[in-house]
Ligand binder design. Sequence first.
Ligand code: FDA
Length: 555
Amino acid sequence: MAYLPSNITLLGTFLVIILFFTNHRITLGFGASNTTDSPAGFLECLTVELQSSNSATSHLIYTPNNSSYATLIQIENQRPAATFPEKPLLIFTPFYEHQIRLAIHCSKKLGVEIRLRSGGHDYEGLSSASEVTFMVVDLRNLRAVKIASNEKTAWVQAGATLGQLYHTLAQKSRTLAFTAGVCPTVGVGGHISGGGYGMMSRKHSLAADNIVDARVMNSDGQILNRRSMGEDLFWAIRGGGGTSFGIVLAFKVNLVTVPETLTVFNVTRTSEQNATQLVHRWQYIADKVDENLLLRLFLRSVTSPVTGNRTVIASFTTLYLGGVQDLLPLMKQQFPELGLVEKDCTEMSWIESVLFFAGLQNKPLDVLLETAPPSRQYFKGKSDYVQEPIPLDGLQGIWRFMHEEDEMGSRLELSPYGGVLNSFSESETPFPHRSGNIFIIEYGVYWHSSKGNNEEQGDQKHIKWMRRLYSYMATYVSKNPRAAYINYRDLDLGMNNNSAGNTTTCYEQARVWGMKYFKNNFQRLVRVKTKVDPTNFFRNEQSIPPYAAISVYSS
Ligand code: FDA
């Protein structure tokens, strides 16, 4: 893997750009006459381009005729494939940054949309599914992690997973860490572009708040770093969501120092064990406790083996950046109602805590290098921000939804804010959910497809359930706008007009969902988009539109 974000690479890149632009006639913009909806045209274009840049074509291009295509297109969530039946013309898995430029060239030449994929965990599957003809640039082979322990930074390529990043850090040191999400198979490219919340976020904030440089390929195929892209674009890629502004090739991240010994616990309480009162009380302390402490709360509904009735299980899943002897008095002072005792707690290193929260405790470290196994599950997610504690009767109402007979697969994840997250202003990065938020709710419902003759028996039933719950929650969550987290993407909030051949999106249309994800940062994101990608080359059903496209659409 020749990944060297150094002057040598920049010089090489520059030469490749010169050669490329002198040898090839570039068709700028979409609407080229050669629009194709068969793999053949794109395949031919990409093959010719790869050969003329002296790249071997094997292990780079996968069409539906290739046996690996079906595996590569797999994502965790089966629902997007059912919603968007269009399959990619081909999947391109470059090994070198400069090869991506060839896909941009063919995309422009043939008028075929590009989808970018790093880890493939988008909640609506937008990295691998679309309503229009498209191809996928899959960055899985661009996954190098290069750590500079002396300056406590690392360059991480976008196709690396969080697990690969954590694994590499653990090889270097017990106390160097990175603050990002819990699931090891999530990709760096999509995750950091949208924020990236994890178990250390009350102490060290989001992944996106710890980015100090980046390499981005724009729609002209140029590779930019922080200095050459300018502060506007550098601001936009740190929370403005994937896709809209270019292809993130790599992020330079700031690492954090953690204590040698941390403490974890996962205490569960059912309704019969006072779960409702504990959840209610948790809301008064979750964002205010010591910032070394992050108490995440998972809620699900099960049938009690004792009573045979449905009961709520509340799991208080916690990381404390310190030893158990410091944690116990803290918990006694700040959340005595939970009744935490020493035997509930386990001391461990940071990397062991990564395995613990991923449900991989006692597995060898190399499990973090694995990619997500194929799944048959369907999933729908949504999010909400809570700014005032939900009263007891409001919680009881949520339980009634979760106890509905067909919704055993529902899960609520309540993640506390506060701590250092509050020290950022709403506009410092595109991620605006700062001071004033107690916690975020992630609503999730999982099922195995059950399509029957009756629509109500099928997938729609679960999606409708989710929408009913979301509607019920309106009283208890943030308003004007009702905020949402871009990394928990939800197309119910609104979609661009992305039908075939349409590069235009109405600002008012995008503003509906844009204000929810980004509040007033939405306008600045549109301004940045207009500057860096005026032809709307990088787009999907929920990408930031440029102003230029607005005027075309509105006229
Ligand atoms: P994927 O490859 O699907 O990309 C997501 C979006 O970014 C797509 O629109 C894609 O086109 C675009 N994109 C991808 N690579 C890009 C690149 N290099 N340049 C530009 N655009 C690019 N979140 C969180 O904050 N904390 C958490 O703990 C978790 N945990 C979690 C667990 C599980 C099981 C799932 C499915 C999801 C999460 N998430 C999460 C949400 C996660 O952060 C979010 O879905 C990310 O966008 C996933 O990034 P991937 O690269 O994996 O997805």
